[in-house]
Design a protein around this ligand. Structure first.
Ligand code: ADP
Ligand code: MG
Length: 478
């Protein structure tokens, strides 16, 4: 399918990558000549469309800049689907926003077809997890929005929108309003809205993760079919995901982002499987396993100094040991499950059996490791002696065992020692918040304090009054 405009008229030439109104195709261009060979029109397969060099990004925190991404060197070429894979908080969305020019990097460069960006990337369009559709506009009008912003006249706009709607499987829904649509249909409108501008690079930020399993699988399949058929009006796709199977299913290249201490490229994996890919094939499985290992394995320099590798526990600090978001209940459940399997299991198999994504499970695994309840070797997890005892204990024993482990966790220790230094006095949560704000964003501070409070309370180390937002030593604490 072709859209009514020749691609060349819609693709900003590199020299104009800094957008000005001149980048918007105007109506007189729409009948203009398509890109001749050698013109900056449609990029040839293999041409570098996006390139970051030494990209870092830090957000402003209470106490100066908080680094989120560091040393990112990435290229995206015409003809490929690149997945940015990482756990929640590893900076995937931040990187995508830098690539689309919505936010500037703190240092380093992002270039589109060789020209550094100084504003929104004229060759990209974004699809989000949930697309903000305007409820008072029909499907067609919502899809037309992107073209309207580029100054495309009404008739051609409508024509292009109808074709994009058709392409993405929404024919018949042109005049429906968003509230009449299912989640999957709404997400299709999001795709149509991005595709209608024929971006060189389609950028998607976890586009399937808000959909139910079947709808997501169906949409993935349809998009891949379109991509393979050559009907896809874009030259490259950047897909942000935390789902390993999704990355292996869709991508030609998987860029694995690590999050300790902040987002860096841990490894890039080429996916050399024929399409359509078979999730049940041994090669598919092997690749999923390999990526699991890359995501769970901790490179030496960022390994938590803890008991597992024999380092002194006092080397761990609040700054280098963020508390993973994991409830005591969840940890106890997971420990019991592993104990049931003989105290040792393959992480990939476990996730599979539980029907979980890696993203759902890693905080729990980190927590077990941090507490000294488990050791992770490659993709195997081993319960330690303490972990086995914790898994098999009754409620009272379990609290005692947990207390012995939690008191060595830096943030729990900070709160406990803070209170012990002032016997009989309550300490306001704000005190600990301020200390943490030196190292973390306020969202991270909230999450970590929530976890520390859960752990400390269960361990009987301290109490917390949520109404007053005050911590107190637990009276019974020895
Ligand atoms: P991901 O998409 O991999 O989950 P994000 O890029 O959204 O990761 O976030 C990376 C880190 O940056 C997180 O710790 C998040 O809390 C922080 N962060 C994201 N956006 C902002 C912002 N606008 N201001 C401050 N911190 C932010
Ligand atoms: Mg994100």
């Amino acid at each position: 399918m072709r859209f009514p405009f020749p691609r060349a008229a819609r693709t900003a030439p590199p020299a104009a990558a800094v957008f000005s109104p001149a980048d918007s195709p105007d109506s007189s261009d729409s009948s203009g000549s398509p890109g001749s060979p050698g013109s900056p029109g449609s990029p040839a397969d293999g041409e570098i469309l996006l390139e970051t060099v030494g990209l870092t990004k830090a957000y402003a925190g209470a106490d100066g800049a908080l680094p989120v991404l560091s040393g990112i060197d990435l290229t995206v070429r015409a003809g490929e689907i690149v997945a940015l894979l990482g756990r929640s908080g590893s900076g995937k969305s931040t990187l995508l926003r830098c690539l689309s020019g919505l936010i500037p990097p703190s240092s380093g460069t992002v270039a589109y077809r060789g020209t550094p960006l100084t504003g929104a990337n004229p060759g990209s369009a974004l699809v989000f997890q949930t697309f903000a559709l305007l409820p008072w506009l029909t499907v067609r009008q919502n899809v037309e929005l992107g073209l309207e912003a580029r100054g495309v006249p009404p008739r051609e706009r409508a024509e292009a929108a109808v074709q994009a709607i058709d392409l993405i499987g929404l024919a018949g829904f042109e005049s429906a309003y968003p509230k009449e649509l299912s989640g999957g249909m709404r997400q299709r409108v999001g795709f149509a809205r991005a595709l209608v501008v024929e971006p060189d690079v389609l950028m998607m930020d976890e586009p399937f993760s808000a959909l139910d399993v079947l709808t997501a699988e169906n949409l993935r399949g349809e998009l891949l079919e379109l991509w393979e058929s050559g009907q896809f009006p874009t030259r490259a796709v950047v897909l942000v995901t935390h789902n390993i199977e999704e990355a292996v299913l869709m991508a030609d290249r998987i860029v694995v982002l690590g999050s300790r201490p902040y987002g860096t490229i841990r490894e890039t994996v080429e996916v050399d499987l024929d399409r359509p890919r078979d999730r049940d094939a041994a090669a598919f499985d092997e690749l999923v396993d390999r990526v699991y290992r890359i995501m769970t394995g901790r490179p030496k320099e960022t390994r938590l100094p803890g008991r597992a590798d024999g380092a002194r526990p006092d080397r761990r600090t609040v700054a280098n040991t963020p508390l993973p978001t994991a409830s005591v209940d969840g940890l106890a459940g997971l420990a019991a499950m592993i104990a049931h399997r003989g105290g040792c299991c393959d992480l990939a198999d476990l996730a599979d059996e539980l029907g979980l994504d890696i993203d759902d499970m890693l905080p729990q695994l980190d927590a077990l490791d941090l507490l000294g309840f488990a050791e992770i070797h490659g993709d195997d997890l081993l319960l330690t002696e303490a972990g086995t005892a914790f898994a098999g204990a009754d409620v009272q024993e379990s609290r005692t065992i947990f207390a012995g482990a939690a008191v060595d966790v830096p943030l729990v220790r900070l709160i406990t020692n803070g209170l012990r230094g002032r016997p009989g006095t309550a300490v306001h949560a704000g005190f600990f918040r301020d200390l943490l704000a030196h190292h973390y964003t306020s969202e991270q501070v909230d999450r970590q304090l929530e976890t520390a409070t859960d752990w400390g309370r269960y361990a009987g180390l301290f109490g917390y009054d949520a109404a007053l937002r005050e911590y107190r030593l637990d009276e019974e604490t020895p």
